[in-house]
Design a protein around this ligand. Structure first.
Ligand SMILES: Nc1ncnc2c1ncn2[C@@H]1O[C@H](COP(=O)(O)OP(=O)(O)O)[C@@H](O)[C@H]1O
Ligand SMILES: [Mg+2]
Length: 234
C-alpha cells in the first residue's frame, strides 16, 4: 500500500490554481524526488500535501486515510513532517531547543529521539548549545531535518534541502537523506541538484506548469535523453 497518494490535485493561493493536476505516490520507506523548472509549482505541491495550501480538487491520502484539506499540525501529528526551503530553524534558539521544539507533540522522554537524531547527525551532538542562527548553512539544514525527525515521521518532506550548500556538504546531506529513507522514514523531496537526486531516488516526478509531465524510476529519468535535454541541462 502507498504511504502517500496524491491524485489529480488542483489548488493554489486564492487566485487561479497553480496546481493543475498533480499526481504522486510514495511507498513505505521509499525515496521520491520532484524535479522541474523554476515556478513549476514544486514548492506549492509540497505545501498542498502538507496542509499549507488550499486544495480545490483532487485528493491526498496518507496511510490509507483521506487527509485532503487537513490542517498541517494534524498531519504532523499523523507522521508527516515537512521541512520548508527557507526559515526552517528558529535562529534565536539553540540546536537542542530547536530539536525539542520538533517534538512538541510528544510527551515523555525525548532522549531516545535525540539520540537517533545525533546518530544521524553526530555534529549536532557537539553543538547542542549553539544558537541555530550562528551555524553554517549545512549545519542549519541538519538542524531543520533533525527537528522534523524528532517526531519519527512516516514521511519526511524536504523542499530543496541542498539549496545554497557547497558540493561537499551537498554530498553529505544526500547521503543522510538516503540513510533516513533506509531507516524507517520515507522521503519526498524537491531538488534542483537533479542529477544527484535522481541517482538516489527510487522514483522521480517531473513537474511542469503545475502538472505532472513525466515520471519513472530515478535512474530511468536520468537515462531519458529528452528529459535530460529539457530539465537537466543536456
Ligand atoms: N505565496 C504565494 N502566493 C501567490 N503565488 C505564489 C506564492 N508562492 C508561489 N506562488 C506562485 O506559484 C507558482 C509556483 O511557485 P512555486 O511552487 O514556488 O514553484 P517552484 O517551487 O517549482 O519553483 C509561481 O508562479 C509563483 O509565483
Ligand atoms: Mg520551490
Amino acid at each position: 500500500m502507498s504511504l502517500l497518494e496524491v491524485t489529480n490535485i488542483h489548488g493554489g493561493y486564492g487566485g487561479a490554481d497553480i496546481l493543475k493536476g498533480v499526481n504522486m505516490r510514495v511507498v513505505d520507506g521509499g525515496l521520491a524526488v520532484i524535479i522541474g523548472p523554476n515556478g513549476a509549482g514544486k514548492s506549492t505541491a509540497m505545501k498542498a500535501i502538507a496542509g499549507l495550501v488550499k486544495i480545490n480538487r483532487g485528493t491526498v491520502t496518507f496511510q490509507g486515510q483521506d487527509v485532503t484539506g487537513m490542517r498541517a499540525d494534524k498531519l504532523t501529528g499523523m507522521g508527516l513532517s515537512y521541512v520548508p526551503q527557507e526559515r526552517n530553524v528558529f535562529p534565536t534558539l539553540t540546536v537542542l531547543e530547536n530539536l525539542e521544539m520538533g517534538a512538541f507533540l510528544v510527551s515523555g522522554n525525548l532522549r531516545p529521539r535525540l539520540d537517533r537524531v545525533y546518530g544521524i547527525f553526530p555534529l549536532l551532538a557537539e553543538k547542542t548549545q549553539m544558537l541555530a542562527g550562528n551555524l553554517s548553512g549545512g549545519e542549519r539544514q541538519m538542524v531543520a531535518m533533525g527537528r522534523a525527525l524528532m517526531l519519527e515521521p512516516k514521511l519526511l518532506m524536504l523542499d530543496e534541502p541542498t539549496a545554497g550548500l557547497s558540493p561537499k556538504i551537498t554530498d553529505m546531506i544526500f547521503q543522510k537523506i538516503k540513510e533516513i529513507s533506509e531507516s524507517g522514514s520515507a522521503v519526498l523531496m524537491v531538488e534542483q541538484n537533479a542529477r544527484h537526486a535522481l541517482a538516489l531516488a527510487d522514483w522521480a516526478y517531473v513537474l511542469v506548469m503545475g502538472k505532472n509531465r513525466f515520471e519513472d524510476s530515478g535512474k530511468a529519468v536520468l537515462a531519458n535523453d529528452e528529459v535530460a535535454t529539457m530539465f537537466l541541462g543536456g
